[in-house]
Design a protein around this ligand. Structure first.
Ligand code: C2E
Ligand code: MG
Ligand code: MG
Length: 730
């Protein structure tokens, strides 16, 4: 309970008791109505200091005045005593016959001494000769021809002696009178006492009044000011500002008003700053600073809100689209981040343009945008939106006087059919996006359960693959390569085979490298696997050479992941040294995508590899989109035409053209050209006509395990010696 509450309580009790006088009740309520309680004044050190200073000053002034007035008071008393003695003396004097006789009879003298303060006297004649003395002897003496002496007071102030001259007495005598002065002493002491009391009471009164006045005009405002400041310090944004009961127009009143204004100003600027800061935090937390679009967090929350609040109409559904810029990383790496950023901004703006009004778009990650749009009778369908997106992307984006052709891949999922919560819907849109990318990009894919199963299948495959490495389920097969002109076997490509044991009656199945290599690449597992293939291939080739087989090169596929993440140069060097294979019998096959990831790094690595003495081939040539002009910069030895062109070359004019162009181009660059996918005599004939240097394909054999290759080589050389050509054309 606060001090004020306690006082309220006690006031009620007193009122009920009815024992208080009205003025005391008024005083109490007056005090209560103030912002302070009376005890405050006693707690206030400033009040104490002022009051004590005033009190002591008063006391000092009064003491000084007392010291100054005491002697005059004492003189006044002595004068009274003298006047009293004179009156008594004059009353007792008689006329005498001459100067030799005392004017006091014995009786009169006894009465005088008994009834007055006169204790003794000496009567002198006008010639100052002693006539007679009475009572106690006097100290003062009159001398002839001398001035009468000054009044005398005994050392202990008990006696006072004075001289009454004849002129004063109206009788021809001069009389020295000794009086008792004890009453004077007592009166002076009493006077001092009284004065001290009065002084004290006056000072106390003045001080008390001062205290009250101070408390009202000084302390109360200062306490109010202090409380307001303390309140502002404690809660600067919402300070509790109190005003004086009655406005003061003095310096303190002005100070309080100024302080209150400052507190209010401070509070409002703090509120403004906080609002701005909150706004900024909100923007940072929910918006992407580059495009100004909401971010993934915002998008997810919106999606969650819509689902939780059932904000869709009865016949409405929601489409969530994940849009990814194709090969954005390449553009970013080759053209720089500034261009990349500008491209993202431009794509963001174009996407906004392509969307219906109620759609929400966000930048979910570096180059991925997510969109949610309501589907229903009154809304465009997701296919229409996807078409619109492709059409707004058709126009090249112009940045710094350069035109960039942006293509996007889109994955779509729908709520509620493809998931019942925001994360699932978004995840399924991403899965569909991945599928769009796998299916060649620049396309849209709609979520289907099968995608999900494919993802699960991949996860399972990744787990199995990790085991496969440990359990040595991976084997290297070899696919022979031949020189067309001579029919000689000039090489063999090392190809991985994965025999995955299962419970089937075959005891297992082969998993195609086209399936597991991308999984191994994504998980980084390709680095140890690739090392295994390289070492095995080199060891095996050396072994064949040591066995006396005619030497041929071994071609090993190197993934882009190995190329950029592992130390491929160091690895190749050490494997060659460890196995003892001469570098010229090793060829590394890389695809065009390897060059695109980081052009300069790729050129450097290729040069280092080439300087080791190994051969380099560009695999699947023609399927990527590497610029032919780059080829000049690469230290390569061989172009490997992708099997898809060979497969269709005889039926498809385009593929025929491409094959021809690659061979011409390769030769113009002084490169050898090898064709893979040669399955028929016709293929071989066609390639021979075009002047292709080498071939590899099922026409000659399927990829075979190491132990069978020896026999194959022997048989092939035997046939070659017999027929003198690679194929006997019927
Ligand atoms: P690739 O490097 O282009 O290998 C050639 C592929 O074409 C092999 O498929 C081979 O069996 C197949 N092929 C060759 N001639 C013919 C033909 O006449 N007809 C048909 N239908 N196919 C033919 P494979 O062994 O399934 O390998 C597929 C891909 O997997 C390889 O394509 C390569 O990219 C990758 N791969 C295989 N082994 C490795 C490896 O050890 N490391 C890496 N990084 N990738 C590998
Ligand atoms: Mg290859
Ligand atoms: Mg190939």
């Amino acid at each position: 309970m606060s001090e004020t509450d306690q006082q309220n309580g006690s006031r009620l009790q007193t009122d009920r008791a009815g024992g208080r006088k009205p003025w005391s009740r008024w005083l109490r309520s007056w005090l209560m109505s103030h912002d302070y309680v009376p005890t405050h004044i006693w707690k206030s050190s400033i009040s104490w200091r002022i009051t004590m200073a005033v009190f002591l000053t008063l006391l000092l002034v009064e003491t000084v005045s007392l010291i100054l007035t005491v002697p005059s008071y004492e003189a006044e008393q002595l004068a009274g005593l003298r006047a009293e003695a004179r009156t008594a003396l004059v009353f007792s004097l008689q006329k005498t016959k001459g100067q030799l006789f005392s004017p006091l009879t014995k009786d009169a003298a006894t009465r005088l001494l008994g009834n007055s303060k006169i204790e003794g006297l000496t009567v002198y004649g006008l010639d100052d000769s002693v006539i007679q003395s009475y009572g106690a002897p006097t100290f003062l003496q009159l001398m002839p021809n001398r001035n009468p002496p000054a009044d005398f007071r005994s050392a202990d102030n008990s006696h006072y002696e004075t001289v009454f001259m004849a002129s004063e007495l109206g009788h021809p005598y001069n009389i020295v009178v000794r009086m008792s002065a004890t009453t004077v002493e007592a009166r002076v002491i009493e006077y001092i006492h009284q004065s001290l009391w009065i002084m004290f009471i006056m000072s106390a009164l003045v001080t008390s009044v001062l205290m009250l006045v101070l408390s009202m005009w000084l302390l109360e405002p200062i306490i109010l000011l202090r409380n307001n400041l303390l309140g502002a310090a404690k809660n600067p944004e919402k300070p509790e500002i109190k005003n004086l009961r009655k406005e003061l127009h003095d310096e303190i009143g002005i100070t309080i008003r100024v302080a209150n204004d400052l507190i209010r100003q401070n509070a409002s600027s703090l509120k403004r700053l906080r609002a701005q800061a909150e706004d900024k935090i909100h923007k940072l937390a929910y918006f992407d600073s580059l495009t100004g679009l909401p971010n993934r967090t915002y998008f997810l929350e919106q999606l969650e809100d819509i689902i939780r609040n059932k904000a869709l109409g009865e016949s409405e559904t929601l489409a969530v689209m994940a849009v990814d810029i194709d090969h954005f990383k390449d553009i970013n790496d080759t053209m720089g981040h500034e261009i990349g950023d500008k491209l993202l901004e431009a794509v963001g703006k174009r996407l906004v343009k392509a969307l219906p009004d109620r759609a929400v778009i966000a930048r979910a990650s570096a180059d991925e945008f997510t969109i949610m749009a309501v589907m229903g009778a009154d809304h465009p369908g997701s296919a229409t939106i996807a078409d619109k997106i492709f059409s707004v992307m058709a126009e090249p984006v112009s940045i710094m006087q350069e035109n960039f052709q942006v293509r996007v891949s889109i994955g779509v999922s729908h709520y509620p059919s493809d998931g019942d919560n925001a994360r699932a819907i978004l995840k399924n849109a991403d899965i569909s996006l991945n599928r769009a990318k796998e299916d060649g990009r620049d396309t849209v894919r709609y979520y289907s359960q099968a995608f999900d199963e494919a993802v699960h299948y991949r996860f399972q495959m990744l787990r199995d693959l990790r085991n496969a490495v440990n359990r040595k389920e991976l084997q290297v097969y070899y696919h022979p390569q031949f020189e067309l002109k001579t029919g000689k076997m000039v090489g063999a490509e090392a190809l991985l085979r994965w025999w995955l044991p299962d419970n089937s009656k075959e005891g297992g199945q082969f998993i195609s490298p086209t399936e597991f290599i991308p999984v191994a690449e994504q998980a980084g597992l390709i680095v140890p696997i690739g090392e295994y293939v390289l070492r095995t291939a080199c060891e095996t080739n050396k072994m064949w050479q040591d066995k006396g087989l005619p030497p041929f090169r071994i071609a090993v596929n190197i993934s882009g992941v190995q190329f950029h993440r592992g130390d491929i140069v160091g690895l190749v060097d050490s494997v060659l040294k460890e196995t003892g294979l001469a570098p010229r019998w090793l060829e590394l096959e890389v695809t065009e995508s390897v060059f695109m990831e980081n052009m300069q790094a790729a050129i450097d690595i290729l040069h280092e590899l080439h300087s080791l003495g190994v051969e380099l081939a560009v695999d699947d040539f023609g399927t990527g989109y590497s610029s032919l002009s780059y080829l000049r910069q690469f230290p390569i030895d061989r172009l490997k035409i992708d099997q898809s062109f060979i497969r269709n070359a005889l039926v498809n004019v385009d593929d025929k053209m491409i094959t021809r162009t690659i061979i011409t181009l390769g030769h113009s660059l002084d490169l050898k050209v090898i064709a893979e996918g040669v399955e028929t005599v016709e293929h071989e004939k066609f390639l021979r006509e075009l002047g292709c240097d080498e071939v590899q394909g099922f026409k000659y054999t399927q990829p075979i395990p190491a132990e069978k290759l020896e026999g194959f080589v022997v048989e092939h050389n035997r046939q070659l010696a017999k027929n003198g050509t690679l194929s006997v054309v019927e």
